[in-house]
Design a protein around this ligand. Structure first.
Ligand SMILES: [Zn+2]
Ligand SMILES: [Zn+2]
Length: 175
């Protein structure tokens, strides 16, 4: 979806407001595609501040399917889209790019809503998502989801961090 800012650019103080939809099926972050459980819904407001400056605000939300960091089960993650940008159209596209490196979603006076929303999702994307705070993860031996019950595998030797801690503890005891 492309939103044209050319009209709002003609009147200082002019405000343009529109509910937006995107044609996005998913969003690709670091090479991984995450699908939407609820597509981005947002309102874009563009205010002409005068002097060829425009303030653009985006306000809305989306729900993404993100795998749990430990057990890989899909988690519905709500992401709020909330940002405010000031674009200076008196600068050339090149100058703007150098100044902000974040205006790839604007060409001429056209605002590429999909690209804008994608960038906001990228900025707000969580480092880590857990299905529950005390998610037990998956068994490294058989791959069972340990939240659904203990599989009975012996996993004590498989975690190198644990053996390091145990070695330190044993050395400490010997002193
Ligand atoms: Zn989990
Ligand atoms: Zn197991």
């Amino acid at each position: 979806m492309i939103v044209s800012l050319s009209e709002v650019m003609q009147v200082t103080g002019g405000v343009f407001k529109q509910e937006i939809s995107t044609g996005l099926e998913n969003v690709v972050i670091s090479g991984t595609a995450y699908s939407f459980l609820e597509k981005p819904q947002a309102v874009i407001t563009a205010s002409n501040l005068g002097g060829k400056k425009v303030k653009i605000t985006l306000e809305g939300r989306t729900v993404l399917a993100i795998p749990c960091d430990r057990c890989l089960r899909e988690v519905a993650y709500e992401l709020l889209l909330q940002t405010e940008r000031e674009i200076d159209f008196s600068l050339s596209e090149k100058e703007r790019a150098a100044e902000l490196d974040e205006t790839d979603f604007i060409t001429g006076y056209d605002l590429d809503v999909d690209a804008f929303v994608c960038e906001e999702i990228l900025l707000g994307f969580p480092m880590k998502v857990l299905c529950q705070e005390d998610c037990k993860g998956i068994c490294k031996v058989c791959g069972a989801n340990l939240n659904e019950g203990e599989c009975g595998c012996d996993r004590t030797e498989l975690d190198p961090r644990m053996s390091v801690i145990r070695d330190i503890f044993n050395n400490f005891k010997e002193v």
